[in-house]
Design a protein. Structure first.
Length: 261
């Protein structure tokens, strides 16, 4: 039996799907589902990702600000009306801003909570009622090792990602007797635009070269490398496995051994 037989007819939705990890998630998950909705802030990026999906999967794209409650409700309703109830939700959209604690403004703090934590909350609320009526459902939150440990100069991002993990675990317990599982994937520093921007910031503030800045970022990874988006996407696919029902409320660290608990 195909290990992913239950998701063959499932409608999956991925947020932040226009680039980075989201782009890879679309390409890895897409071939295993019948319908795929991609959400992001740039329709051009989403259209490009859509063109990479295999033809056997119907794909639609939506521009949406996941921090806007009304926009989320409207977008998810449109996705449902076109492709049916959403059975797999991958909350991937997120942002990171770097500043010392003293220089972190309230607006920076709120922005990180809004996009990383409240966005995850709003998108999950938009699918939960339908998922309760499905025989198979998955909510996968792309968190970060910043959900499992502290990092300097990203206090707002770290607090938000800790919140994502707390939300994941709370929902896993609240809905443990249903068909839904809730898990978080926690990548270490990953080869994405966010990390590229971080490298630029470090270089500008410290006069380090890009190579030197990269060494600083990866020094806590025992493998001394960046994680690839595909490594993260394949773990998400594994959580969609027919036999992964017992994996619930977990923080799956994809970090080369940086986090082991």
């Amino acid at each position: 039996m195909n290990a992913f037989s239950k998701i063959k007819s499932t409608h999956a939705l991925i947020t932040g799907a226009g680039k980075g990890i989201g782009r890879e998630l679309a390409q890895v998950i897409g071939p295993h589902v019948s319908k795929l909705s991609l959400i992001g802030r740039n329709l051009n990026n989403l259209s490009e990702v859509k063109s990479l999906i295999r033809h056997e999967c119907e794909t639609q794209t939506f521009e949406c600000d996941i921090t806007d409650q009304n926009a989320v409700k409207e977008t998810f309703l449109k996705a449902k009306q076109s492709f049916g109830p959403i059975g797999i939700l991958i909350n991937n959209a997120g942002q990171a801003r770097s500043a010392s604690f003293q220089k972190t403004t309230l607006s920076d703090w709120q922005a990180m909570l809004d996009v990383n934590l409240s966005g995850t909350f709003l998108c999950t609320q938009a699918v939960i009622e339908d998922m309760l009526n499905l025989p198979f459902a998955r909510v996968i939150n792309i968190a970060s090792t910043a959900a499992q440990k502290g990092y300097p100069y990203v206090c707002a991002y770290t607090a938000a990602k800790h919140g994502v993990l707390g939300l994941t675990r709370s929902l896993a317990m609240e809905f443990a007797k249903t068909s839904i599982t809730f898990n978080a994937i926690c990548p270490g520093f990953t080869d994405t635009d966010i990390v590229s921007e971080s490298l630029k910031t470090i270089s500008n503030k410290t006069n380090l070269s890009r190579e030197e800045a990269l060494k600083e970022l990866i020094k806590n990874n025992p493998q001394r490398r960046l994680i690839t988006p595909k490594e993260v996407a394949l773990q998400a696919l594994w959580l969609c496995h027919d036999h992964s029902q017992g994996i619930n409320g977990q923080a799956l660290s994809v970090s080369g051994g940086e986090v082991m608990s």
